[in-house]
Design a protein around this ligand. Structure first.
Ligand SMILES: Nc1ncnc2c1ncn2[C@@H]1O[C@H](COP(=O)(O)OP(=O)(O)OP(=O)(O)O)[C@@H](O)[C@H]1O
Length: 715
C-alpha cells in the first residue's frame, strides 16, 4: 500500500471505505431489527471500539510500519469521535444525538471529515521529516512519565481537576449565548435567571478546578524534580575521576539544575497545558457542532489553510533568522577585531579598508532585514486576507442561518466566542506539543548521565579483620584516557612496607602522583596490579579502603564550615578533644587558637580565609584523626615553612605500624625515609636508603646536588 508520507492518500480512502462498510452493516442490522434493537451510548462505544480494533489490525497487517504508525492516531480519531461526541452531548446538554439510537449518515460523514482534517492539520504542523525525532522524543517522554510513577495519585487528581476545569470552561460561552438570547428576544425572566445562575456556577467551578489543577501539577513537579536531582547527584558521585576530567563542572551543574528543571516542566507544565487545550478543544468542538455544524465546518477549513501558510512562513523565518545571526556575529567580530588591534590597523593605514568591510557587512544585514520584513508583511497580508475571506463567508452563512431560523443571535455570539477560543487553543496545542518535544531533549541529557556506569572495576566486599598495610605495585603500566598514546608509568614494580616511611622522589612528570592516584583508585592501570596485603585493591570494600587509607595532596580541598567541622569531616562520633589532639600533631593547634573563634572559625568557601600552609596543616590533621593504616602525603607539606615541615615529619615518622608514603620535591624532608624510590619518565630508576643512594652517586645524588646548589644560590 502506498505511503501517505509520499503524498498518496489512498490508505486513508481504503480505511474510510472499510469503516463505511461497518456503519452500513450497523444500519442494516438496525433496519432489520425494526426497532427491537436500538443503540445507546454504551453500545456505541462497544461498536466503535470493535471498529478501531478491526481498522487497526487491517492497517498493521497491510501497511508498512511507518505508514501504519502514521495512520494510528487518525484511525483512533475517526473511530472515537462519534462516541466522544455523543458522550459530551449527553453530559453537557443532557441529550444524546447524532450517532445513537440510530446513527445519522451526515454525522458519520462529518466525524470522518473532522478526524481527517484534524489529522492532516497535525501532519502539516509537524512534517514527516520530524517523525523519527518525534518517536525518540516520545520514548523519552514516556520515560519521564515513568519517573512520575510515585506521584500517580497527585497526577490523577490533577488530571481529574483538569478535565472538570476544561469542561466547565467550555460551557461558559454557551450560557453567554443563552443570556444574549434572553436579552434580545422575548424576555423570559426564569430562563434568563437560570442562564445567569448556570454561567456563574460554571465560571466559579472552572476557576476552582483550574486552581486545584495548577496546585496539584506544581506539587507533583516539585516532587519529581527532587527525586530526579537526588538520583542524578547520587550517580554523579559514583562516577570515576576520568568522567570529571572530561566534563566541565559548569555543564554538570547545569544538568543537575536547569536540565532536570526543564525535564520536569516538560511533563508537569506542558502536558498540563496540552491536555487542558485538548480537552477544551474537544468540549468546544462538540458545543460548536451542536450550535451549527455548517459554521463549524467553515471554521475547520480555515485552520489547515492557516497551518500550511504558517509552516511555509516558519521555514523561511528560520532560514532568514539563521542568516541574520551569522551576519550579526560577523559584524561583531569585525568591529571587535579592529578595536583590539587598532595599533596594527593604524600602523598599516588600513582604516579605510576596515571601514569598507564594516559597511559591506552592515549592508548585508540591511538586505536580510529588508527581505525578512517583506516576507513577514506578505505573510501577514495573506493570513489576514484568508481570515477576512472566511469571516465574510461565515457572516453571510450566519445571516442565512439566522434568517432561516436555524440559528439564534445568542447562539451566533456563543459560536463566535467558541471560535475565538478554539483558534487560540489549537495554536496552543501545536506550540505546546512542539515545546514538549523540545524540552524533553533536556531529559535525554539527564538520562545519559543517570544511565552512565563508572568505567572503573566495581569495588568488592573484602573486609579483612587485620590489615598489615603492605602495598605492592606489580609491573604497572598506566596511560591516562585523555592521552592514551603516552605512558605515565612504565612497568613500575615497587613495594611499600608496613610501619615504614617510603618516599617517592624525582623530577616533574616522573610519575609520582600517578602512583598515588592508582593507590586511591582514581584510575585503573592498563597492565599489572596494585596489591594491598597481596589482594588487588579493587577487591576491598570501598568504605573499608577509605577508612584504612588517607591522603593529603599539595592543594587540599577544605569545605565551607568551621575548622572543627573540616578536621572531623565524615566522622560521626568525634569529640573536640580528638580534634584538638589531631590538630596538635599537625602543628595546627597554635594558629587555630589564634583565630577569632578558635575551632569554630568558619574557613570560608574552599578554605579561602586560610593561607595555603594553614590549609595543609588542617588537611594533615583531618587524616591524622582517622588514624589510617596507610597514609599518603603527596607534596602535603610543600607550603609549610621548613621548621613546621620538620615538626610534622617528626610526628609522622613516629607513627607506629603505619605505612607512610611521602611524595616530595624538597629532598631534605625525606632524608629520614626508610626507603627512597627515584622515578623519572614513568620508570623506577633507583631505590634504597638515603645513604645507599648517595653512595651510588646516580640520579638521586645529582638531583640532590642540583637542588642544593639552587637553594644556596637563592639563599
Ligand atoms: N590527568 C592526567 N591526564 C593526562 N595526563 C596526565 C594526567 N596527570 C598526569 N599526567 C601525565 O602523566 C605523567 C606523569 O605525571 P605525574 O603527575 O604522575 O608526575 P609527577 O612526578 O607527580 O610530577 P610533579 O612532581 O610535577 O607533580 C606526566 O607526563 C603528566 O603530563
Amino acid at each position: 500500500m502506498a505511503d501517505p508520507a509520499s503524498g498518496s492518500l489512498w490508505p486513508y480512502g481504503a480505511l474510510l471505505f472499510l469503516d463505511l462498510l461497518l456503519w452500513l452493516t450497523l444500519w442494516t442490522s438496525l433496519l432489520c431489527s425494526q426497532g427491537v434493537f436500538l443503540m445507546n451510548l454504551t453500545w456505541l462505544w462497544v461498536f466503535r471500539a470493535f471498529s478501531w480494533v478491526l481498522l487497526h489490525t487491517v492497517s498493521s497487517a497491510t501497511l508498512n510500519k511507518t505508514t501504519h504508525n502514521l495512520l494510528k492516531p487518525w484511525v483512533a480519531l475517526v473511530c472515537f469521535i462519534p462516541p466522544v461526541y455523543d458522550m459530551v452531548q449527553t453530559l453537557l446538554l443532557r441529550r444524546g444525538c447524532g450517532f445513537s439510537p440510530v446513527p445519522v449518515p451526515l454525522m458519520v460523514v462529518l466525524s470522518a471529515v473532522t478526524g481527517t482534517l484534524i489529522h492532516l492539520m497535525w501532519d502539516k504542523a509537524f512534517p514527516i521529516k520530524k517523525v523519527k525525532k518525534e518517536q525518540e522524543a516520545k520514548v523519552l517522554l514516556m520515560r519521564v512519565i515513568r519517573y512520575s510513577k510515585p506521584d500517580y495519585l497527585h497526577l490523577a487528581a490533577a488530571f481529574f481537576f483538569l478535565i472538570l476545569a476544561a469542561l466547565f470552561e467550555s460551557s461558559i460561552p454557551y450560557y453567554m449565548g443563552k443570556i444574549m438570547d434572553g436579552l434580545s428576544g422575548e424576555y423570559k425572566h426564569e430562563s434568563f435567571l437560570w442562564a445567569i445562575v448556570c454561567l456563574s456556577l460554571y465560571s466559579f467551578g472552572s476557576s476552582m478546578f483550574t486552581g486545584l489543577r495548577g496546585g496539584m501539577f506544581m506539587c507533583s513537579l516539585s516532587r519529581l524534580n527532587k527525586r530526579i536531582r537526588h538520583m542524578l547527584f547520587q550517580n554523579l558521585l559514583k562516577q570515576d575521576i576520568i568522567f570529571f576530567e572530561e566534563n566541565k563542572p559548569g555543564s554538570l551543574t547545569s544538568r543537575l539544575v536547569s536540565d532536570t528543571d526543564k525535564m520536569g516542566r516538560s511533563v508537569a507544565m506542558n502536558v498540563n497545558v496540552f491536555l487542558r487545550s485538548l480537552v477544551k478543544t474537544c468540549g468546544m468542538l462538540v458545543q460548536m457542532l451542536s450550535l451549527s455544524w455548517q459554521l463549524t465546518l467553515l471554521t475547520f477549513v480555515e485552520m489547515p489553510l492557516l497551518a500550511v501558510l504558517q509552516n511555509y512562513y516558519n521555514i523561511h523565518y528560520q532560514k532568514t533568522s539563521r542568516e541574520l545571526q551569522n551576519c550579526m556575529a560577523e559584524i561583531e567580530q569585525l568591529a571587535s577585531s579592529v578595536i583590539r588591534s587598532v595599533k596594527t590597523v593604524r600602523s598599516f593605514r588600513a582604516e579605510a579598508q576596515e571601514l569598507k568591510k564594516y559597511k559591506d557587512a552592515l549592508d548585508k544585514k540591511r538586505q536580510i532585514l529588508k527581505r525578512k520584513g517583506i516576507f513577514s508583511a506578505i505573510h501577514l497580508l495573506l493570513r489576514r486576507c484568508l481570515t477576512l475571506g472566511l469571516r465574510v463567508s461565515m457572516l453571510l452563512l450566519s445571516h442565512h442561518l439566522i434568517s432561516s431560523g436555524q440559528l439564534s443571535t445568542g447562539s451566533l455570539l456563543a459560536f463566535v466566542l467558541y471560535q475565538k477560543d478554539m483558534s487560540l487553543n489549537m495554536r496552543q496545542l501545536v506550540h505546546v506539543y512542539g515545546d514538549i518535544l523540545n524540552t524533553v531533549w533536556s531529559a535525554e541529557k539527564v538520562f545519559t548521565l543517570l544511565d552512565r556506569k563508572p568505567n572503573m572495576q566495581e569495588a568488592g566486599d573484602w573486609v579483612p579483620e587485620n590489615l598489615e598495610g603492605r602495598i605492592t605495585f606489580d609491573n604497572i603500566t598506566l596511560s591516562y584516557p585523555s592521552r592514551p598514546e603516552s605512558k605515565a608509568l612504565k612497568s613500575v614494580s615497587i613495594e611499600l612496607s608496613p610501619g615504614k616511611m617510603t618516599a617517592l622522589v624525582g623530577p616533574s612528570g616522573g610519575g609520582k602522583s600517578s602512583c598515588v592516584s592508582l593507590l586511591q583508585r582514581f584510575y585503573e592501570p592498563q597492565q599489572g596490579k596494585v596489591l594491598l596485603d597481596n589482594t588487588p585493591l579493587h577487591e576491598y570494600q570501598h568504605q573499608y579502603l577509605c577508612r584504612q587509607m588517607a591522603a593529603v595532596s599539595q592543594n587540599p580541598v577544605l569545605f565551607s564550615g568551621s575548622v572543627k567541622y573540616n578536621i572531623a569531616y565524615g566522622l560521626r562520633d568525634c569529640d573536640i578533644e580528638q580534634v584538638k589532639e589531631a590538630a596538635k600533631k599537625a602543628n595546627a593547634h597554635d594558629f587555630i587558637c589564634r583565630l577569632d573563634e578558635g575551632y569554630d572559625t568558619d574557613v570560608g568557601e574552599s578554605g579561602k580565609r586560610l593561607s595555603s600552609g594553614q590549609k595543609q596543616c588542617i588537611a594533615i590533621a583531618r587524616v591524622l584523626i582517622r588514624n589510617p593504616k596507610i597514609l599518603i602525603l603527596d607534596e602535603a607539606t610543600s607550603k609549610l615553612d621548613i621548621n613546621t615541615q620538620h615538626a610534622v615529619q617528626e610526628v609522622l615518622s613516629g607513627l607506629k605500624g603505619q605505612t607512610l608514603l611521602v611524595v616530595a620535591h624538597r629532598l631534605q624532608t625525606i632524608e629520614r625515609a626508610d626507603h627512597i624510590i627515584y622515578m623519572e619518565g614513568g620508570m623506577v630508576m633507583e631505590q634504597g636508603t638515603h645513604e645507599q643512594l648517595m653512595a651510588k652517586r646516580g640520579s638521586y645524588f645529582h638531583l640532590r646536588e642540583k637542588l642544593f646548589t639552587e637553594d644556596s644560590d637563592q639563599g
